[in-house]
Design a binder for this molecule. Sequence first.
Ligand code: NI
Length: 173
Amino acid sequence: MAILEILKYPDDFLRFPTRPVETINDAIQEIIENLADTMYQAPGVGLAANQAGIDKRIIVFDHEADAQKRKYQVLINPEIKISQGETISENEGCLSVPDLRSDVKRSEIVVVEALDRFGNKIKMETDGILSVIIQHEIDHLKGILFIDRISALKRQLYKKKIMKALKQSGKTP
Ligand code: NI
């Protein structure tokens, strides 16, 4: 078990689409467990592998607030097959985009096909918070951040703030 470092905007690695998992072996199981540990430690409700510097199409998520009832889910090579309706995800945030929350327009219902951690094909139809989390995490796997889905003005203000902070700390990207 290990807690991984979560990459933060404007890290370039977050912008590259991830590669599909071809073989589900022990190394993949270890990645999954580390991702889950990292997500709980953060704490967050979802994490994509590339947020932890791993170039694989894997996401983990769990929106259960009660630590006693925690049970994370894993999707390997997830693909959204159907998106329906429209909803506003209120105050969306991201572990890779610190200190920013914003409403984001999302699909209301999504149907996802993926593999589970044992390599079984699964199909999930989700709505509500789960649907939003899955859309957010699958976006990550494509190199998309939630700030790409907010107004250009808000995005620019955030970028300015981050660049200024990086400059002040001497870490110019
Ligand atoms: Ni995120």
